[in-house]
Design a binder for this molecule. Structure first.
Ligand code: FES
Length: 294
């Protein structure tokens, strides 16, 4: 993320994010707190709302927490996000005043009755918080790549061949693609032939054995999206990026892909920018997204 985007953050919010950043750097066990914030912004942007039920968020964390030994079943980091940093608040499901006081937050039985959201003054900054989290998260992964790969191998080596696909998926999250060195390390760690690791990586469309752009844009062109105008949206993206399907821009920022149904046909046409879903796209909206205006 460029300096300008940092400057556009609410200063009080930026101070809290800087504090979290410093804490995570000083104590790697706090990475799980950043993971919860990451999960929150992903869900909030996907659902186009700032409020996410605690049960929904903890379910998402438990399904996705796989890197760096983050324990997805442990709610303590999620609670620490609420109590140790003035970034988020909770509101009772069904209405009620937001709770921001740390002592009150500590005592709350979050259970199924509360939803988490950015503090009221920060809610317009949701997309920028997401950008900050993604950049911070990716930077930490980049710095800790050898350990992260070792962790993945330690997790999947005991199950051998049947751990090949999940190991490849997790390893790809480290660099965005699977280099020959990474494939060789996985093959060796799981004791499968390198050719088999390549075979699986080549078979699955979402696994890459060549470098891809920092952000992969996946534009759906299945029938409902096509009928809603996906061809025009795609045309605008290709013209602005100067790439064809499957190609990466010269500056390495974007890879453009055409994909089948993404499961959001009711809000067609849709596209994914990385993990962020954008719906009811028009060529103008796509252009604004590519210019970083939304
Ligand atoms: S057809 Fe595009 S999301 Fe289903």
């Amino acid at each position: 993320m460029g300096l300008l985007k940092h400057l556009r953050l609410n200063p009080a919010l930026k101070a809290q994010l800087d504090l979290l950043h410093a804490d995570v750097h000083a104590d790697s066990s706090k990475l799980a707190i950043l993971f919860w914030l990451r999960a929150y912004t992903i869900l909030a942007l996907e659902r186009n709302t700032v409020s996410i039920g605690w049960a929904k968020l903890s379910g998402f964390v438990s399904r996705t927490a796989r890197d760096f030994g983050v324990n997805g079943l442990d709610h303590a980091p999620g609670r620490a996000l609420l109590t140790d940093y003035a970034i988020c608040q909770v509101t009772p499901i069904g209405g009620g005043a937001p709770v921001t006081d740390a002592a009150q937050l500590r005592a709350l039985d979050l259970g199924r009755s509360y939803q988490i959201e950015l503090r009221t003054a920060f809610q317009l900054d949701l997309a920028r918080v997401h950008e900050w989290v993604v950049e911070t998260w990716n930077g930490l992964i980049e710095n800790d790549k050898p350990n992260a790969l070792a962790g993945i191998l330690a997790r999947w080596a005991p199950v051998g061949q049947s751990g090949l696909l999940p190991a490849l998926i997790e390893a790809q999250e480290l660099e965005g693609w699977l280099s020959r060195e990474t494939l060789a390390a996985i093959a060796q760690g799981l004791q499968v032939p390198l050719s088999q690791a390549y075979g699986v990586a080549d078979f699955y469309a979402h696994l890459y054995t060549q470098p891809v752009g920092k952000t992969i844009i996946r534009v759906c062109d299945d029938v409902p999206c096509y009928l809603a105008g996906s061809a025009d949206v795609l045309h605008r993206a290709k013209n602005m990026l100067w790439v064809r399907d499957g190609e990466t821009t010269e500056d390495g920022r974007f890879t453009l892909e055409v994909v089948p149904c993404l499961g959001h046909c009711d809000r067609a046409p849709v596209a994914l920018f990385g993990q962020t879903l954008h719906t009811q796209l028009t060529p103008e909206k796509m252009a604004a997204l590519l210019r970083g205006e939304t």
